[in-house]
Design a protein around this ligand. Structure first.
Ligand code: GRF
Length: 201
């Protein structure tokens, strides 16, 4: 089974969706390690409650991004991780990290619209009528990597960041485990030398 490492920085509701899928035996992959760059976040409790190794590696303990990433790489390799999932991980990764693993990220908008932080607010401020979520392979940019799968979410009259964010997250929780399963079963793959992802989730 593909060995998965999940990087988090916060509440970990997407991590929970992955752990639930693993428990239901629908993930087709095994979460071996969860790393948070922030101590005390709920994601760490969720991992431990599911019996998954969880640890804190604080970026503040390192004097450079390269040194922080080197520690992450070392811990992930020690656990034999093949696929790294960014599930609300709020740090940019160095090229060295990106070369070291297959990495996917979940973003709360239909990329390439509304990259970066506060994506739901960006969609509302723009007056968009539809937004959604995207799972993509990670490259050296911020939310720029090849798109694997997307789900649309309507923006309703009266939505605020909270109501829209909750509706997007509900879709994220279905999409992210489904993408991990599709990768684990070889149903999606990146066409080499291109940004095209073949296959479907
Ligand atoms: C998600 O909305 C994800 O799209 C973004 O960060 C959020 C993490 O939420 N990258 P959670 O920690 O999984 O609840």
């Amino acid at each position: 089974m593909k060995r998965v490492g999940v990087l988090v920085s916060g509440s970990g509701s997407n991590l929970q969706a992955i752990l639930d899928a693993q428990k239901a035996e629908s993930l087709g992959a095994e979460v071996r390690l969860v790393i948070s760059n922030i101590a005390g976040v709920r994601a760490l409790d969720r991992a431990r409650d599911a019996g998954v190794s969880a640890e804190v590696i604080s970026h503040r303990d390192f004097s450079s991004r390269e040194e922080f990433d080197a520690r992450l790489i070392a811990r992930l390799k020690e656990h034999g991780i093949e696929l790294v999932v960014l599930a609300g991980f709020m740090r940019l990764l160095t090229p060295k990290f990106i070369e070291s693993f297959q990495i996917i990220n979940i973003h709360p908008a239909l990329l390439p619209s509304f990259p970066g932080v506060h994506a739901a607010k960006q969609a509302l401020d723009h007056g968009a009528k539809i937004t959604g979520c995207t799972v993509h392979f990670v490259d050296s940019g911020c939310d720029t990597g090849p798109i694997i799968a997307q789900r649309a979410v309507p923006i309703l009259d009266g939505d605020d960041e909270e109501t829209l964010g909750a509706r997007i997250q509900a879709e994220e929780h279905r999409l992210l485990p489904a993408v991990i399963s599709a990768i684990a079963h070889g149903r999606v793959r990146l066409v080499s030398g291109s940004r095209r992802v073949e296959g479907s989730v």
